[in-house]
Design a protein around this ligand. Structure first.
Ligand SMILES: *Cc1c(COP(=O)(O)O)cnc(C)c1O
Length: 373
């Protein structure tokens, strides 16, 4: 017996870890490059200070004020549908929300299903909750073929379907028809989780799955403050769903899982939504400029509704990744073979990326495999 006496299937597994390197231009984990404004920082500090006075007591287990604020914020993307505080749940990052969903709706004898390439954490939540993991394939444009998806659902009978929209690492948003089709295919045997971690970055005219919440009771839409709200360090993710689903999650959550400080800080950040979302508009424009630039340079570029872009294809993507790092630009070596993912930063950071890319490519004389535009 090896030491420590770990579960068999966890032996030798490396924990999640995108490199955290101290380089000038960090475009590798889809963070928001803009920190909060001084006014927002002051409000957050004040809110944390007020929470500090109460730290001898357990926090509000129901995070009531935060749920009210999140419901009101989500309302703007819900179309004619209404989002009430009873429909909202939150945890320490949407990663924890997703794990709780699998704790409640996955488990031994049950199946979680997604479509690859997709977020690398999903199979880990499945493993950690003893849920069987099945990954269908995305099309060459990274969309989902609905007939194939329906057939896969009929065959595998998943109790949880995980659909990031926009998808990570490809940036692909799912049309509402796809979400509805999968909700119908799964039926009352399961839930369909649309992970909208990047929802606020979607292009003009691309709807949120929040609009569909009233139509299908097995639909769950998750969001986070990590990306659009420049709050990756806050650790606050949340979801909207039928109140019966939020009630089920309460059974598996740890007692008082959201600290008083987290609740206070998240509430203060939400008060600054208009300012923070203004930066999101700048990032969306910068994203579109990046896509145009990379296509003009002859790269293959996946359409993106997120704050990152997947581009390629490279015979040796690692060499290019290293070439960029040698020039002080950190991006992510992820996604299908031959592709790389770059997060959208400030205009200055993107200028540094473009010039490092040109230099690194010249060095490697590694022409993109993709067709010249
Ligand atoms: C970044 C990201 C999240 C957000 O995770 P947090 O735990 O909220 O920071 C969720 N889903 C996907 C697909 C992501 O890329």
């Amino acid at each position: 017996m090896s030491w420590p006496p770990l579960r068999e299937e966890l032996r030798g597994i490396e924990p999640y870890g995108a490199p955290q390197l101290d380089v000038p231009v960090q475009l590798n984990v889809n963070e928001n490059p803009y920190g909060p404004s001084p006014a927002c920082v002051a409000d957050i500090a004040e809110a944390a200070g007020r929470a500090a006075v109460t730290l001898n007591r357990y926090p509000d287990r129901e995070f009531t004020a935060l749920r009210v604020a999140l419901a009101s914020y989500l309302g703007k993307d819900a179309g004619s549908g209404e989002i009430t505080p009873e429909m909202v749940w939150a945890a320490n990052g949407s990663n924890e929300v997703m794990l709780q969903l699998l704790q409640a709706f996955g488990g031994p004898g049950r199946t979680a299903l997604s479509f690859a390439p997709t977020y690398s954490m999903y199979p880990e939540y499945a493993r950690d909750t003893h849920t069987r993991w099945v990954a269908g394939r995305r099309e060459s444009d990274f969309g989902i073929d609905l007939d194939a998806a329906r057939a896969l659902v009929a065959q595998e009978r998943p109790s949880v379907v995980l659909l990031p929209s926009p998808n990570n690492p490809t940036g692909t948003a799912l049309p509402p028809e796809a979400v509805i089709a999968l909700c119908e295919a799964v039926g009352d045997d399961g839930i369909v989780v649309v992970d909208e971690a990047y929802g606020e970055f979607r292009r003009e005219g691309v709807p949120s799955a929040l609009e569909l919440l009233g139509l299908r009771r097995n639909l769950v839409v998750t969001r986070t403050l990590s990306k659009a709200f420049a709050g990756a360090g806050m650790r606050l993710g949340y979801l909207a769903a039928d109140p019966a689903i939020t009630a089920a999650i309460r059974v598996v959550r740890l007692p008082y899982h959201l600290s008083a400080v987290t609740q206070a800080v998240a509430l203060a950040a939400l008060d600054h939504a208009p300012e923070l979302l203004g930066k999101v508009d700048e990032l969306r424009a910068e994203r579109d400029r990046l896509v145009t630039h990379l296509r003009a340079e002859g790269y293959e570029v996946a359409d993106s509704d997120a704050n990152f872009v997947l581009f390629g294809r490279f015979a040796d993507r690692h060499a290019l990744w290293q070439g960029l790092l040698d020039r002080g630009v950190l991006i992510r070596e992820t996604g299908p073979d031959g592709w790389l993912r770059v997060s959208v930063g400030t205009p200055e950071e993107m200028a540094a990326f473009r010039s490092a890319l040109a230099d690194a490519q010249a060095d490697l004389q590694n022409e993109p495999i993709g067709e010249r535009a």
